[in-house]
Design a protein around this ligand. Structure first.
Ligand SMILES: [Fe+2]
Length: 183
């Protein structure tokens, strides 16, 4: 499945623009992480783009969340390692390698980065690691972001926190134009 078809599927299954923005932002972060590790950007990117595909239908129903998405993806012929990555973001038993652990960290970081970009006049442009770290410590800021999933990144995928944030910012900037976050 190429990216154009993938975005079409996202458009078909999602109901809210905020969901699309979240999916595209996690895609950007996952692509940048794949590049950092010399992994397959296309595969990592699609895991990011699809991870919350069923968000608007399942909400926080963990019994169905990600499983519904996996069903749609299999129907669409998406390869199984991408489906596994999607399942992994919500269900621990699928986290078996770097990509399936990376999606958890990327999901949380992208949430923090988008929230940070939204309160800056220049949006994602010129965003700094230090200011993102400040937001990370401000518990009242973007309270829905799981801080632990950001700060445990070195343990999870062997990338120091500062580098992870820098790579994440780069990834977000690459997709910023698509989600109205370019300055
Ligand atoms: Fe997510």
């Amino acid at each position: 499945m190429d990216r154009e078809q993938a975005v079409e599927l996202v458009r078909e299954k999602t109901e809210k623009e905020t969901t699309v923005r979240h999916l595209v932002s996690v895609e950007g972060v996952m692509r940048a992480l794949a590049r950092r590790f010399g992994e397959d950007e296309g595969v990592w990117g699609l895991v990011g783009l699809f991870h919350d595909l069923d968000q608007d239908q399942t909400h926080d129903d963990l019994e169905r969340h990600a499983y519904q998405a996996a069903e749609w993806l299999r129907e669409a012929g998406v390869e199984e390692r991408i489906v596994t990555g999607v399942l992994a973001h919500a269900h621990e038993e699928h986290r078996t390698d770097r990509m399936t652990r990376a999606i958890v960290h990327a999901d949380a970081l992208a949430g923090l980065l988008v929230a940070s970009a939204l309160v800056r006049p220049q949006k994602a442009e010129g965003m700094k690691v230090s200011s993102v770290k400040k937001k990370l410590k401000e518990r009242a800021f973007a309270p829905g972001v799981n801080r632990e999933e950001v700060t445990s990144v070195e343990e999870g995928i062997g990338l120091p926190l500062d580098e992870f944030i820098a790579v994440g910012i780069e990834g977000l900037q690459e997709v910023a134009g698509e989600i109205e976050l370019s300055g």
